[in-house]
Structures are given as structure tokens and as C-alpha cells.
Design a protein around this ligand. Structure first.
Ligand SMILES: *Cc1c(COP(=O)(O)O)cnc(C)c1O
Length: 332
């Protein structure tokens, strides 16, 4: 199973699994833990580095010398790809959605410090961006380069395999520390690869936990079929004849707010809440909204006196891009 997944090491080791005593008390749950994938090693961390270990492993094995990926100009995935590629000695071209880059802040600032080449494609949506990346790859090949394309979010079987391994990491960490299985695990969902990897591991390990994806972008029906498709591809790639049962795929889509990429009031309140209780930062685009989902489910009584895990997926540079959304009261 490992030979088809060469790994370029980026993470320092296991990310911390920590109890949030004060936050749990504030919420009124039996316990709340956090899996710190905001601490995955380099360039402010985040979930994409787990995918990139295997995506870059593959690119290096294929002898590529250029990584092409894309997303919005404030994409965490773009920032982490540029950082990881630098460590691997590969150049990065970033294809951005839309017609303007916006303020040189947050992830976009970091992309420039990392010396990635930036292109504005005028495209919107994953399919349009993929076409733009393919055009750039053709240009690169004409220049004698050997490009490796990583689709938006790095959600391919190879990338998602990083989250199958992450699930196994959590289970082994939990067992060593004699922590019982979590009743509920909350994680932010964008393209769905992270959730698909986790659910694949979850199905293979027959875990009793309920993994709840909190969408920050698409409607839950669309995401459910995306996640089912991604996990089915991953199962095939690792030569497992199983499928993730559709009854295991739980996605909440009522915490997106106005739309993807725009902070929500509930999300920003959640950010304040965790920072105040524990001194930890989440972000306004992904993890703050996922945390708002967790908090609201507890409030609605759906997570009751449970033993909960929040899977932090990173994204904190976006705090600075959206500084204005945090102005309170008359300062607004
Ligand atoms: C990309 C991202 C996610 C979502 O991961 P997907 O695999 O695309 O679902 C969650 N949180 C943060 C901070 C991200 O950057």
C-alpha cells in the first residue's frame, strides 16, 4: 500500500491532540479536544501539508520540476503548496481565480515571499481553474519544463491519502493516551478531500465516532456526493473493496454565512470564543465557521453531554486579510 504513495516529509511528527478544558466548560459538554493540524510544520501550517507530502512525493518520483496549482488569491492551499515545493526544490506557478488579486495581505503576501509565480486566470470555479492550469502546463512543457498539476484543494486520491493516514494517527494517539473514542468530530469542509480521507480511515477502522463536516462553500447534497466519490476513488487506489456507507457522511451547510470567502458573524464570534477561553486562533473562512457549527450543535442540544473533538485545519493567515470584519460596535 505504501509503495504507490511515495512521501516527501514535511510534518515534524504527529500534530498535538490537546484537551480544551475551559472551552468545554464554557460549552457545557463532557469534554472537548482539539487536533492541531494548524501546527503541521511550515509556513503557518494547515491541512494541505498532509496532502502535499504525498502529492509532492509523487511529483518528485515522476521527475517533475514545476508544480502548478490554483485557487482563490487568498487560498491556503496555494500558500502551502508554494512553501512545500520550495522545500522540495521545485518551482511553483499559482493560477488564481478572478480578475484581480486584491490586497497584498495574508496568504497572497506569503505567496510572494515564497517566490511563487502568480497568474490571474479570469476563471471562476474548479473546472475553469483546472483548464487554466492545463494551459499553463502546456506552456511550461513548450519551455522544456516538466510540470505536475495539483487540482484545487489538492483533493485527489494521492492527496486524500494524507488524511487517511491522519485518521490512523489520531486513533493511535488516542489509544496510547487512553482517551475513549470521540462521540463527535467536527471538521471544516471545502473541496471535501480532507473529510473523504478521514471517512475512509474511519470506515476501515470501524470507528464508532460520528464525523461531522461543516461546509464553508457548497450545499450538503452536492458535497455528500463529492465526498462519496473521493472516498470511493481512494478505497480503489489502496485496493480496498469497501465503500464509505452514505449513512456515515454527515455534512452541515447552515454555517456558510453569506458565501464562501466572506466572514460570518457566527464564525467570528466562535473565533473570539476559542481565543478567549484557550488562547488559540481559528480563521474567518474555514475553521471559525466549523467551530461555529460545533458550538451551535451543542447549543441546539444535538451534541449534549458529549465527548467532542474539533479538528483544526489551519487557515490563520486569513485573520489578517479580514481584519475589518472584527471591528466591534461603533468602530465598524
Ligand atoms: C482547504 C481547507 C479546508 C478544507 O479542506 P478540503 O479538503 O478542501 O475539504 C479546511 N480548512 C482550511 C483552513 C483549509 O485551508
Amino acid at each position: 500500500m505504501c509503495s504507490s504513495f511515495p512521501r516527501f516529509p514535511i510534518l515534524w511528527g504527529e500534530t498535538p491532540l490537546q484537551p480544551l478544558h475551559r472551552f468545554a466548560e464554557k460549552l457545557g459538554v463532557a469534554s472537548c479536544w482539539i487536533k492541531r493540524d494548524d501546527l503541521t510544520g511550515i509556513a503557518f501550517g494547515g491541512n494541505k501539508l498532509r496532502k502535499l507530502e504525498f502529492l509532492l512525493g509523487r511529483a518528485l518520483k515522476e521527475g517533475c520540476d514545476l508544480i502548478i496549482t490554483g485557487g482563490s488569491p487568498q487560498s491556503n492551499h496555494a500558500r502551502l503548496t508554494a512553501a512545500a515545493a520550495n522545500r522540495a526544490g521545485l518551482e511553483t506557478w499559482l493560477c488564481f481565480a478572478g480578475k484581480r488579486l486584491g490586497e497584498i495581505q495574508g496568504n497572497l503576501l506569503l505567496d510572494q515571499l515564497l517566490n511563487a509565480r502568480l497568474f490571474l486566470t479570469g476563471q471562476y470555479g474548479s473546472d475553469g481553474l483546472l483548464r487554466a492550469m492545463e494551459e499553463k502546463a502546456e506552456e511550461a512543457r513548450n519551455l522544456g519544463r516538466k510540470p505536475y498539476i495539483i487540482p484545487v484543494g489538492g483533493s485527489t486520491s494521492i492527496g486524500d491519502y494524507g488524511y487517511l493516514k491522519a485518521w490512523q494517527e489520531l486513533e493511535s494517539q488516542r489509544e496510547r493516551a487512553e482517551i475513549p473514542p470521540f462521540d463527535e468530530i467536527y471538521v471544516a469542509v471545502g473541496t471535501g478531500g480532507t473529510l473523504a480521507g478521514l471517512l475512509t480511515g474511519h470506515t476501515l477502522s470501524r470507528s464508532p465516532s460520528r464525523i461531522i463536516g461543516v461546509s464553508v462553500w457548497q450545499a450538503s447534497e452536492i458535497l455528500k456526493s463529492e465526498v462519496a466519490g473521493l472516498s470511493s476513488q481512494l478505497m480503489k487506489t489502496i485496493k480496498q473493496g469497501q465503500e464509505v456507507p452514505s449513512s456515515s457522511i454527515h455534512i452541515l451547510d447552515q454555517y456558510i454565512g453569506r458565501k464562501y470567502g466572506v466572514p460570518s458573524e457566527q464564525g467570528n464570534e466562535a473565533i473570539h470564543s476559542l481565543a478567549e477561553a484557550e488562547g488559540l486562533f481559528t480563521d474567518p473562512i474555514y475553521t471559525g465557521k466549523a467551530l461555529a457549527g460545533l458550538m451551535d450543535q451543542v447549543r441546539l442540544g444535538k451534541a449534549g453531554k458529549k465527548h467532542i473533538l474539533f479538528w483544526h485545519t489551519g487557515g490563520t493567515p486569513a485573520l489578517f486579510t479580514h481584519a475589518n470584519s472584527f471591528l466591534r460596535g461603533e468602530e465598524k
